[in-house]
Design a protein around this ligand. Structure first.
Ligand code: UT7
Length: 316
């Protein structure tokens, strides 16, 4: 047996709050439509001067402080994102400098869209097994407002900005996270064209096929993680879903007969923050005392790629 335990979490939260009522003044929508179709009431957006790197730094510093881990104990730093400040250097490289991580720390960004944080957890587990320093810093961060078309009511009401961080330790006697990662390549239903097509480059999403994909893969992914770990639903203290749509979460809860009180989220005030959504929720749950030392959390992400990812995390 070998694996990870979670020592600390942190958040980087932008200052602007966008309400549903505010969107109703921008596009042809209503608070009623947005809340009933998605569960979202408000989301955060970076104000001028607030950056992706700044959100990452805030989240990372908080997580390291709460974990009681210093920069020279970190062996791996992975940032999951699709909206970094620059294509290169990677955000993780900027964090190496700003946080004072050692120069032989493995630092890079990873793009697995909304599954990114869980992909990064698995990546960190693999890399830390071979590293000399056994603490890892894993961040999910997005400034989706950069790639949001605020004239498209079908997407603009969904997305928010933010960053969440986790400090993890790898040890021989810690449990594996039993990650299940998957991908079904699709360039049509959910994409951001990016530099290949020039600017501006906005999120394009066909909501319904992506919704159906999520409703199919999320319960499967959770079941596979539990099978791999040899555990049942009752052995998990909390399910942390990617916050894309409350209706997707409700359907998974129903299908797997999960206790709803173990599945509460924060989509109402975050919106969909892609790679940041799982670690932001994790941090909120830790801060609220809803997950505590020794407890087991099952994280599940899904989205662009199309990708999905699930993993178990135990709090140290
Ligand atoms: O994080 C990555 C993974 N992403 C997801 O998992 C998202 C999956 N998809 C979804 O969550 C949902 O499909 C959406 C929330 C994106 C859309 O909800 P929906 O219930 O699937 O709505 P729809 O796209 O089928 O649209 C229904 C109607 C349409 O009008 P008509 O054609 O029926 O007249 C849309 O034009 O709702 C209209 N509509 C809106 N109306 C008011 C779409 N957006 C809005 C809006 N306000 N903001």
């Amino acid at each position: 047996m070998s694996g990870l335990k979670l020592w600390g979490t942190g958040s980087g939260v932008p200052s602007e709050i966008l309400t549903n009522e505010g969107f109703a003044k921008l596009v042809d929508t209503s608070d009623e439509w947005i809340t009933t179709r998605t569960g979202i009431s408000s989301r955060r957006r970076c104000a001028p001067g607030e950056t992706h790197t700044g959100l990452c730094l805030a989240a990372a510093r908080q997580a390291m402080e709460r974990a009681g881990v210093s920069p020279d104990q970190i062996g791996v730093c992975v940032v999951a994102t699709l909206t970094p400040d620059r294509l290169t250097p990677a955000t993780a490289c900027v964090l190496q400098k700003e946080l004072g991580l050692e120069e032989d720390t493995v630092c890079f960004d990873l793009n697995a869209a909304c599954s990114g944080f869980v992909y990064a957890l698995h990546t960190a587990q693999c890399l830390l097994a071979a590293a000399t320093r056994k603490f890892g810093l894993v961040i999910g961060a997005e400034v989706l407002s950069r790639v949001t078309d605020y004239t498209d009511r079908g997407t603009c009401v969904l997305f928010g900005d933010g960053a969440g961080a986790a400090v993890l330790e790898w040890r021989e006697d810690y449990p594996s996270i039993h990650a299940v990662l998957g991908c079904r390549g699709n360039t049509e239903n959910l994409l951001i064209p990016g530099v290949a097509v020039g600017v501006p480059s906005y999120i394009h999403m066909d909501g319904q096929p992506v919704f159906r994909f999520a409703v199919e893969t999320v319960p499967q992914c959770i079941t596979q993680v539990l099978e791999r770990a040899g555990l049942g639903v009752e052995d998990v203290d909390r399910f942390v879903f990617h916050q894309a749509n409350q209706r997707i979460i409700d359907m998974a809860v129903k299908k797997l007969n999960l206790p709803p009180e173990k599945c509460t989220g924060n989509i109402d005030h975050t919106g969909n923050t892609s790679a940041a959504s799982v670690p932001l929720l994790l941090d909120e749950l830790v801060r609220d005392g809803a997950v505590r030392r020794g407890q087991r959390v099952l994280c599940v992400g899904f989205g662009g790629g199309l990708t999905w990812a699930g993993a178990l995390l135990e709090l140290a």
